[in-house]
Design a protein around this ligand. Structure first.
Ligand code: SF4
Length: 334
């Protein structure tokens, strides 16, 4: 277990809440074999391999870094609790104008083998296992309704508007359907967003911004064959890179890509005074590509253009940070 620091003096009531460990790997019920979770499999290959080399007892984690994940877990627990309260579900559905004959068909966490054809099953926090490509793949779904997968994400509005995580959502949902066909059988899923940074004034000013603190997006899942192929390819990639690591060390391994590094775009900055550029002072103009920056320099007839490589963010959140050599290129040890 990692050592805990409290660099921000978080008070005891919150500190104990933050240290609550809600993670359950499902290992005690898994079939024999190497157990890998869907979320681990989706990690960049380099990160997935190197994070296993980290000695957790030597690592430190600050309490403040646990806030986002604990808030996410708290929301999941609260949603689950609301659906497990039968009386509340009935009353809420009535207030939402559902008829009794529809409400009577809703069953929460029924045994899939005992379902009637008219039942509308809702499953919460179900775990499944699938033996595939020499491993046991496991995952836990948040919610499914009548065979359609739902996932709750407490996240930034940027994730919603940019679509930066859409591919990941689809891949995760597709693997869950493969693992748990008794709970998920429809080919569309929805992500239910609960925004952590929503602002009313932005909603008023921008119609493309989410208009409420919660919103959802619908996605079509990958086919079963495409999902199986993705899993086989990923396992092959991991095995190949484990071999390369053994034979040639980290230099022989696959590197994290700019996308996996969450690297922002390069910029080119124009300085009228080259001395200011040397001191990394304030530039006169910033450009997204070199050609535009050079045209500007020519027009001005003096000064200098300096390239600023895009900033890497993912390493700071990566469990392989302490052992990864590539990370040192962006976050040197000294
Ligand atoms: S530390 Fe950075 S470069 Fe290394 S595996 Fe993690 S994300 Fe990739």
């Amino acid at each position: 277990m990692k050592k805990i620091t409290n660099n921000h003096g978080i008070d005891l009531p919150l500190a104990v809440w933050l240290l609550q460990n809600g993670y359950y790997s499902g290992a005690d019920k898994a079939p024999e074999g190497e157990l890998i979770s869907v979320t681990s499999l989706m990690k960049p290959t380099r990160q997935a391999i190197l994070s296993r080399m980290v000695d957790e007892a030597q690592e430190e984690m600050d309490l403040a870094d646990l806030v986002a994940s604990r808030m996410g877990h708290g929301l999941h627990d609260s949603i689950e609790g609301s659906w497990k309260n039968e009386q509340h579900v009935r009353e809420a559905l009535k207030r939402l104008h559902y008829q009794d004959k529809v409400i009577d068909r809703i069953k929460v966490n029924p045994d899939p083998k005992e379902l009637d054809k008219d039942d509308i099953p809702i499953y919460l926090e179900r775990r499944g296992y699938l033996e595939i490509a020499g491993i046991v793949l496991t995952g836990q779904l948040d919610f499914s309704i009548n065979g359609a997968y739902r996932d709750f994400k407490s996240t930034s509005t940027y994730s919603y508007t940019s679509g930066s995580k859409d591919e990941d959502y689809i891949l995760q949902g597709s693997m869950y359907r493969l693992i748990m066909p008794e709970y998920i059988w429809r080919d569309t899923m929805r992500i239910e967003f609960i925004f952590t940074d929503w602002a009313k004034y932005r909603a008023k000013a921008d119609p493309t911004y989410p208009q409420a603190r919660v919103a959802h997006k619908e996605f079509k899942l990958m086919s079963e064959i495409a999902t199986q192929e993705w899993i086989h390819d990923k396992i092959d990639d991991i095995k190949t890179n484990v071999r390369k690591l053994k034979n040639k060390g980290q230099d022989g391994m696959v590197r994290c890509t700019d996308k996996e590094l969450w690297r922002s775009a390069d910029t080119w900055k124009y300085y009228s005074n080259p001395e200011t550029a040397k001191k990394k002072g304030k530039c006169q103009k910033s450009f997204e590509n070199e050609a535009d920056a050079m045209i500007h320099l020519k027009e001005k007839g003096k000064g200098e253009v300096v390239k600023f490589p895009g900033e890497v963010k993912a390493c700071e959140y990566c469990p392989a940070f302490s052992v990864c050599e590539q990370r040192k290129e962006y976050f040197p040890d000294d």
